[in-house]
Design a protein around this ligand. Structure first.
Ligand code: MLT
Length: 293
């Protein structure tokens, strides 16, 4: 069986594959779409992270392909319909980076509440300003979690340790699970209008594209802080820029963007109350090993 690994994978995962006698493993990173299309016909297995886009065009050329392994959660870089049509199984590693992403989300919430990146930049610029960066607490505040899967529910658990009350919206959430996890199941409108912090944990799909847009920002408190460590595009960036310009929310923290890398001329970069990180949610040593294995 010939396996192509087209995005960097931790050695712990590679070693497992290389130990199998019948597997011939090739690592070819950073292939352009046309280069991937040219080589894919020789392979039975393809292992990717988020860098490789497995489009219908690539799948069309993948005559021997049986399986795609996605080392990570999001499957939005694989055309699942085209894969199914071609009889190719696509699998992800749903729990490998849950902790990493949930911890990054908490980091973003805290950074946003306490102005940590702004205070850091100010001190590095030689200033000592203890008034400008006064923050707000998490304790006693409401955290709205949109999407209550593995990551959303882990964020809820962490937030509860900070004394937050958690409101959860997820069409697949049952009252029983909500009770077990100690969160309040609410409709989307209630979550948007009551939460002090709102965090997104939904996959990117046609149903979740622009899930948060003008109307939703209009329902939020002016003091609300919005976090997205899920996928770019589940919050409309145009609507977010407008909400920041018009002071409809207090701030936002984004790890993911409609276009990645985020273009340097993105209007999001001009707001001091918009904290950004370059898609680091799953970027821990532990998560990289977990998803590779
Ligand atoms: C994921 O979907 O697993 C994370 O966003 C990290 C990645 O894109 O690989």
């Amino acid at each position: 069986m010939k396996i192509l690994i087209s995005d960097k994978l931790a050695d712990e995962g590679l070693d497992i594959l290389k130990a199998v006698e019948d597997f011939e493993v090739d690592c070819k990173f950073g292939l352009l779409p046309e280069e991937l299309k040219a080589v894919i016909k020789d392979y039975h297995g393809l292992i990717i992270r988020s860098g490789t886009k497995v489009t219908a065009d690539i799948l069309d050329a993948a005559d021997q392909l049986k399986v795609i392994g996605r080392a990570g959660v999001g499957m939005d870089n694989v055309d699942l319909k085209a894969a199914t049509k071609k009889g190719v199984i696509a699998m992800n590693t749903p729990s490998g980076n849950t902790t990493a992403t949930a911890e990054h989300t908490m980091g973003m919430i805290l950074a946003l509440a306490r102005n940590i990146p702004q205070a850091y930049a100010s001190m590095k610029a030689g200033k000592w300003d203890r008034t400008k960066f006064r923050g707000v607490e998490l304790h006693g505040k409401k955290l709205g979690v949109i999407g209550f899967g593995r990551i959303g529910s882990t964020v809820a658990k962490f937030a509860k340790a900070f004394g937050m009350e958690v409101l959860a919206y997820d069409p697949f959430l049952s009252m029983e699970i909500a009770d077990q996890k100690g969160v309040v199941m609410v409709a989307m409108e209630a979550l948007l209008s009551q939460s002090d912090y709102i965090t997104m944990h939904v996959p990117k799909s046609s149903e979740t594209r622009n899930l948060i847009s003008d109307k939703e920002f209009g329902l939020m408190k002016k003091t609300a802080r919005v976090v997205n460590c899920a996928r770019g595009g589940v919050i409309s960036e145009a609507a977010l820029v407008k909400a920041l310009e018009e002071g409809k929310i207090a701030g936002c923290a984004l790890d993911v963007f409609e276009q990645e890398p985020l273009p340097l001329d993105s209007p999001l970069l001009k707001f001091d109350n918009c904290i950004v990180t370059p898609h680091l949610g799953a970027a821990t040593s532990e998560a990289k090993v977990n998803v590779a294995i």
